[in-house]
Design a protein around this ligand. Structure first.
Ligand SMILES: *Cc1c(COP(=O)(O)O)cnc(C)c1O
Length: 405
């Protein structure tokens, strides 16, 4: 077997991140070239026949397929399918929302129902509450998809096609048990979709826990450097990929550019390395914040005080880089943010630098205050995406800002 292009099945996660899915094309390029082209040339009509019969696997048009998109899909599927016997397939989208909406539209139709946890990523929440109902797709919520309540909700909505999970959940850092939720959903004939953006395949692999579809905002940790908006859909079912939600990339058209796929593939090579630093820094920062008297509450799944710490320890390899804290009131939260000098005030997450945002006035501002408070998004809450700077410097920035309150 040739050396380059060998996708070693027994490789570890860091090795797969670096080597899996690389093109190794005839040019001999060490790094994959970027295929910035809309269409592809056929040598002659025989080549068209070979393409039409599926024999050649030739490319025809970049909305349908592009070598950089396929290389990224191969790399990501190798990571999401890590340790699994069954093959895993991925399709890449131009945004996380492209992947979320394609997954949901691929699994539901008019008259179907979706059950989700109470707090979802803001735009997913809007999609499920405001957009899908126009097409006859309804939804209901079960706090943290808690087992007995989920059973009841499934029993009273036999048209449920999807149970939708985000874990850890944004921005409260609640954790949902993927394996047990999936068991309940499957017993009622529903499929399980997991948004794995916060954990990444390095920390959590929902398909191996039984889930049917994983979606990602690759904008976040997977790209890791804040250069691209992108998304991915990953599953074990080749038919869903070819003819269902995966195929919607070409019908709805949330197609990523070759350049964006290339940048994301390069980011993905260092994901295991970055996640190690992200998690270690999050631990140091969470412990500092948790022990600080000015911070009313610290939510991080790695703290033993976290209500679902046991579940997180079971289903995740580490506890992630996302922390939220409650400063008690709006004024203290905004003054703390204004006191930070190194960390950036910005939405998004998963970048190499530490990002801080205020959910009540930023990502979740469209929710009513009553709805926000009922799901635990307080006015004093700040969400932190711990970066890979030195933990000492991140903590010093927070220490200074908190001391100045
Ligand atoms: C950012 C994000 C999305 C949406 O992804 P985009 O790339 O912004 O479209 C979905 N889910 C979660 C958890 C996210 O953080």
């Amino acid at each position: 077997m040739g050396k380059r292009g060998d996708n070693g099945d027994d490789w570890d996660m860091p090795t797969k991140s670096v080597h899996a899915g690389e093109m190794h094309d005839a040019s001999g390029s060490h790094i994959d070239p970027v295929h910035m082209t809309s269409t592809y040339v056929f040598e002659d009509s025989e080549a068209i026949r070979d393409w039409a019969s599926g024999e050649s696997g030739a490319h025809v048009y970049s909305r349908v397929g592009n070598p950089n998109r396929e290389a990224l899909a191969r790399k990501l599927s190798a990571l999401e399918g890590f340790g699994m016997e069954e093959p895993v397939f991925a399709e890449i989208f131009s945004s996380g929302m492209g992947a979320v909406s394609s997954a949901l539209l691929g699994l539901t139709g008019s008259g179907d129902h979706i059950i989700a946890q109470s707090v979802l990523y803001g735009t997913t929440n809007h999609l499920v509450n405001e957009v899908l109902p126009k097409y006859g797709i309804t939804n209901s919520r079960v706090p943290l998809l808690q087992g007995d309540l989920l059973e009841q909700e499934l029993a009273s909505n036999p048209n449920t096609k999807v149970v939708y999970i985000e874990t850890p959940a944004n921005p409260t850092m609640s954790v949902i048990d993927i394996a047990s939720t999936t068991e309940i959903a499957h017993a009622h004939g529903a499929r399980v979709v997991v948004d794995n953006t916060f954990a990444t395949p390095v920390l959590q692999r929902p398909l191996a826990l039984g889930a049917d579809v994983v979606i990602h905002s690759t904008t976040k940790f997977i790209n890791g450097h804040g250069t691209v908006i992108g998304g991915a859909l990953v599953c074990r079912d080749p038919d869903f990929m070819e003819n269902g939600g995966g195929a919607l990339v070409r019908y709805i058209g949330a197609v990523p550019s070759a350049m964006d796929c290339w940048l994301t593939s390069i980011g993905l090579k260092t994901l295991p390395l970055r996640m190690r630093e992200h998690c270690a820094n999050a631990r140091a920062l969470a412990e500092f914040l948790d022990s600080n008297d000015r911070v009313a509450r610290t939510h991080w799944p790695g703290l033993e005080s976290h209500p679902q710490h046991e579940i997180a320890a079971r289903q995740m390899d580490d506890f992630g880089a996302m922390i939220s804290i409650d400063m008690g009131d709006f004024d203290s939260a905004t003054r703390l943010m204004d006191g930070l000098t190194m960390c950036s005030l910005a939405v998004s997450l998963g970048n190499v630098d530490t990002l801080v945002q205020h959910p009540a006035s930023m990502t979740h501002r469209l929710m009513s205050e009553e709805d926000r408070l009922s799901v635990g998004i307080t006015n004093g809450m700040i969400r932190i995406s711990a970066g890979i700077e030195s933990a000492k410097d991140i903590i010093a920035d927070f220490d200074r800002a908190i001391s100045g309150l």
